[in-house]
Design a protein. Structure first.
Lengths: 332, 326
């Protein structure tokens, strides 16, 4: 097996506050292979974005990576000095943020911002970098790039600006792109274009993509695999078809049940009761247990670890058959 | 862009006409000017003759039109106390004031921006705490007190710097400058600090607040995600965005620096327009007071115009809204 582009092992991120330490990420592990798109879903505050920021080394104080390892194509990157992780950012890992309207510096021409990024990472002359910038703009679908390169960000629409942001993220041919809710701020028709663009770029360049979103539709369309996150942990991870059509974790089931379908009968969408616990009040055991219809005693005491279950891995005691059987045997 | 500049210029002329009305009305409210020119025992017939020669018997609108037409050519009449044309007096004094104001502003801008940027980037260092303390002093101590303290320390106790005057000046055309002689430069130091300290603290606090604000924005986060160097992010991206409001404040403050130079000039006996004005007030020399009012407002209006144009140079977003008026 080839080395995955991104490999995250038992990642822990915490935020130090005056009162206590909040554990935003609690032992998250996943891999992304070359050319693969991993969708990361979950409610707001589940730790999706923090995971992305941790990978690219942009967790700012009071937050910090408290444990675990992050490997980029086999090299460990989570404990690098700031100057070295800076060299990786933008060159080997590209990042796309949620709001294209505010991601670009309003005072500089987009061409200057692209050329600046290219020249930071690649040893190119001003003219060569400019030519590359025009090619990049053409690749992300900006019409008349040789003219638009001298435009300012406010002269673009939201969708076009997100294309410019994507051009900036891929300008040094990164191995990995982290897209943090890239379509949330865009309207629906533009969303589809941006999604297919990210997908195409990933395919053409063999780039691994970590796609953070709360939109299951986007995940189903784009991703090869999906990770469902809940309060700082991965509840379930597996191939996108399996997870969407046959979710195992009660939380994933709830999420999938909440997707409206066009073909389906007229019935109320299923809602997960309650809301995600605050970081300062995560219940012991499985953090989902207060909202889970299937919770039993063990869920309230012991934290479930992800277990292989066919093509999925799921962190739920319901599927941890071995101890249950011994329990039955002793009862019998 | 041209239309915008023209529109602003017309507004500026409107403001100047309004100020002209106020300046002119000073002549009428501060008593009969003839009384201040002639002596107490001048016969009535002679007074009338003076009145006629000065055009003071014409209807008010005619007098105003004449005053304004003259003012537009920088003729402000004759000073009551010096018996010289006011414009000559002002021209003679203006270089001193402008030089002082320029030095004070440069001092305020350079140190204000440097200290502001430093204290925003290194929030918890000892030096930042010192800057904060200095800025508190600068904002709370009145100008004249700072001037007097400086004189006490550097002139009286240490004897390093002169306590009053401009030192030796060099004449270049009608302009006199103290920038080319050692004594002139030495004489500039304390008045510039005194005059600029308040502006410096203002700029420092503004730069610090703006910089902290800008460093939190998405495009700075994205610039970091692009792997740009810290230096490029702080000084290329953050500082330029910080400077937009700083330009406004610094521009407007230059106007107040000239206007409030009165106090500094009095403390240091600086031979500028402010000192001339203070003497004019003591002697009810209305032509000088009116001319000073007009000059200061002209400077303010010009600076406002320049700042508006500078904005559009710094911020491209304004450029396009101006060329496409909504």
């Amino acid at each position: 097996m080839t080395v995955p582009v991104l490999s995250v092992r038992n990642l822990e991120v915490e935020f130090l506050t005056r009162r206590s330490t909040l554990h935003a990420i609690n032992g998250v592990s996943f891999d992304i292979a070359k050319g693969e798109v991993l969708g990361v879903v979950g409610e707001s505050g589940a730790g999706k974005s923090v995971t992305g920021l941790a990978v690219i080394g942009l967790i700012d104080p009071p937050g910090r990576i408290a444990g675990g390892e992050i490997y980029l194509s086999g090299t460990r990157i989570d404990h690098l000095p700031p100057e070295e992780i800076r060299r990786i950012r933008g060159k080997r890992i590209g990042m796309i943020f949620q709001d294209p309207l505010t991601s670009l510096n309003p005072l500089y021409r987009i061409g200057d911002q692209i050329v600046e990024t290219i020249r930071t990472h690649l040893n190119l002359s001003e003219t060569a970098a400019r030519k590359r910038a025009i090619d990049l703009l053409a690749e992300v679908g900006i019409p008349a790039p040789e003219k638009r390169i001298d435009a300012y960000p406010h002269e673009f629409s939201g969708g076009m600006r997100q294309r410019v942001v994507i051009a900036l993220a891929i300008c040094a041919e990164p191995e990995l792109i982290i897209a943090d809710e890239p379509t949330t701020a865009l309207d629906v028709s533009v969303q589809a274009q941006i999604i297919s663009l990210i997908k195409r770029l990933g395919r053409d360049h063999g780039t691994a993509v970590m796609l953070v979103t709360h939109d299951m539709g986007v995940i189903a369309e784009t991703s090869d695999r999906v990770a469902v996150m809940y309060s700082g942990r991965i509840a379930e991870i597996g191939p996108v078809q399996d997870v969407v059509q046959n979710p195992l974790h009660p939380y994933a089931k709830g999420l999938m049940g909440a997707i409206p379908t066009l073909a389906g009968e007229d019935k109320r969408l299923v809602q997960i009761p309650g809301s995600m616990p605050r970081l300062s009040a995560i219940p012991p055991g499985c953090s989902f247990n207060p909202r889970c219809a299937f919770a039993f005693d063990r869920c309230r005491v012991e934290r479930p670890e992800p277990l292989k279950q066919g093509s999925h891995a799921v962190a739920c005691h319901l599927y941890d058959t071995a101890p249950n059987e011994t329990a039955k045997e002793t009862a019998a | 862009m041209l239309a915008f500049t023209l529109r602003r210029a017309i507004q500026a002329i409107g403001v100047m006409i309004a100020v002209g009305v106020i300046a002119f009305s000073m002549f009428r409210f501060a008593g009969d000017p003839v009384n201040q020119i002639v002596s107490l025992d001048t016969p009535a017939a002679e007074r009338e003759a003076v009145r006629k020669s000065l055009g003071l018997d014409d209807p008010v609108p005619v007098q105003f039109a004449r005053y304004f037409a003259n003012a537009a050519q920088f003729k402000f009449g004759v000073s009551y106390q010096f018996r010289q044309p006011v414009s000559n007096l002002l021209m003679e004094r203006m270089p001193a004031t402008l030089e002082l104001a320029a030095c004070a502003t440069v001092f305020a801008m350079v140190f204000g921006i440097l200290m502001g940027v430093y204290s925003a980037l290194r929030r918890d260092t000892f030096l930042t705490k010192i800057f904060q303390a200095v800025s508190l002093i600068g904002i709370s101590l009145p100008t004249f007190l700072i001037g007097i303290l400086l004189i006490y320390l550097f002139s009286v106790t240490l004897g390093w710097l002169p306590s009053f005057g401009r030192g030796d000046v060099v004449r270049i055309g009608w302009w006199t400058t103290g920038l080319l002689t050692l004594s002139g430069l030495k004489a500039l130091i304390m008045p510039s600090i005194t005059l600029g300290l308040f502006q410096m603290t203002l700029i420092m606090r503004l730069v610090r607040a703006e910089m902290l604000e800008v460093l939190r924005t998405d495009y700075i986060r994205f610039a970091r995600a692009r792997g740009l160097t810290t230096r490029a992010i702080h000084f290329g991206h953050a500082l330029k965005n910080t400077l937009v409001p700083v330009i406004t404040v610094a521009g407007l403050q230059f106007g107040s620096v000239i206007a409030f130079a009165i106090i500094t000039e009095t403390v240091f006996q600086w031979p500028g327009m402010g000192l001339l004005f203070v003497q004019a007030v003591q002697n009810v020399d209305i032509p000088i007071m009116a001319a000073y009012l007009l000059m200061v407002s002209l400077i303010f209006v010009t600076i406002n115009l320049v700042v508006d144009i500078l904005y559009t140079i710094v911020d491209p977003r304004l450029r396009s809204t101006i060329s496409r008026p909504a």
